[in-house]
Design a protein around this ligand. Structure first.
Ligand code: MRU
Length: 346
């Protein structure tokens, strides 16, 4: 995946790989303001919790660079407006708010410095967040790889790979690290209706790296588990509550229930920035609902009857007791609960 980084800095603009065009085309789009990046997040040019966080950080930096010749008051007010636009782009992945808070903290530290110095410092912070993300994913991968034995068949849902992060990936990062250590891992990728992140992105990303992958319809997972063809499940997360409840792509809960039914370990890989310490349980995490058109068809083809009622919640909540272990950059936490999460964040 190194040749196809999700995000790249091009001296005065952010370039993002347009995930909507994959796997048909590898297109990079240019973004030069917070509003443009917010629109890119909303319309799914970039998706996946850590990648959204990195993109938002660059959105703040771009706004600062764009306004660096303006008087201080105007500069600061413009950045605040940019932060608000970015915060309104998607509601569920907490990494977005984590990254915006970190950028605001940097702004708070430096707000008395000359405006152009502040802009440079915000860009440096966005670079730091992005570089850290790759490092953390590699650490997470190293910890999680120990859980995977040679020749395991691992099911994943959605795309928690290099495309969903600044590089290496969370769930797919664990698989990549296991493969790098010499293990043979066969991935089963749920197609992940309705937006098809598994079929379009996970399958493509793993094939780029020559990691064996078999694509399945979401509703084939139960049968394969019953037939003994799945040894473990690994997914990422968009937000983890203080008690260990996990919100991730719609369908994850069903996979976790099936895994429990069949005695298959269900692992979640996510950086600490995905944990929302202020959210007591998963019940309070906002679940984004997207437009009906994502369910009634795809890519310009409509298959559902005109006028049919549609619900399109795009995330669901898996209670902590279904999670065998949480893998973070700090290590593997078996049976995550409030106490262990408090300790790891302390
Ligand atoms: O709607 P998306 O594609 O942004 O949802 C992404 C997911 O649910 C991923 O599994 C999650 O963000 C983990 S990404 C490392």
């Amino acid at each position: 995946m190194n040749k196809n980084n999700m995000l790249r800095w091009a001296s005065d603009a952010l370039e993002m790989l347009d995930q909507r065009a994959l796997p048909a085309r590898v297109d990079y789009l240019r973004f030069d303001s917070a509003v443009a990046v917010a629109e890119g997040i909303k319309t799914m040019v970039v998706r996946g919790a850590p990648a959204i966080g990195c993109a938002a950080a660059y959105g703040v930096a771009l706004e600062a660079l764009r306004l660096r010749a303006r008087p201080r008051e105007e500069f600061l007010a413009g950045i605040e407006q940019g932060v608000s636009r970015l915060a309104a782009s998607r509601p569920t992945a907490v990494n977005l708010f984590w990254a915006l808070n970190r950028m605001r903290a940097k702004l708070g530290e430096l707000h008395k410095n000359p405006v152009s110095q502040v802009a440079d410092a915000l860009l440096a912070e966005a670079h730091a967040i992005t570089e850290e993300d790759v490092r953390l994913n590699r650490d997470m991968g190293g910890h999680g790889a120990v859980l995977l034995r040679d020749n395991m068949r691992v099911l994943t849902h959605c795309n928690a790979g290099a495309l969903a992060t600044a590089g290496h990936g969370t769930a797919l990062g664990v698989i990549r690290s296991a493969v790098e250590s010499g293990k043979h891992i066969h991935v089963f990728a749920d197609e992940t209706r309705p937006f098809l992140q598994g079929a379009r992105l996970t399958a493509w990303e793993l094939m780029q790296d020559n990691i064996p992958v078999t694509l399945i319809a979401d509703n084939a997972a139960g049968l394969l588990m019953r037939l003994g063809e799945i040894d473990a499940v690994i997914v990422g997360a968009d937000r983890i509550a203080a008690n260990g409840d996990v919100v991730n792509k719609i369908g994850t809960y069903g996979v976790a229930v099936l895994a429990r039914r069949h005695g298959i370990p269900f692992y979640v890989a996510a950086p600490l920035s995905t944990i929302d310490a202020d959210m007591p349980s998963g019940e309070g995490i906002p679940i984004e609902e997207r437009e009906a058109g994502e369910v009634t068809g795809y890519g310009g083809t409509r298959w559902a009857p005109e006028g049919v009622a549609v619900r399109n919640p795009v995330f669901d909540m898996t209670p902590a007791d279904l999670v065998t272990a949480l893998i973070t950059e700090r290590g593997v936490m078996p049976s995550p609960d409030r106490e262990q999460i408090r300790k790891v964040l302390a």
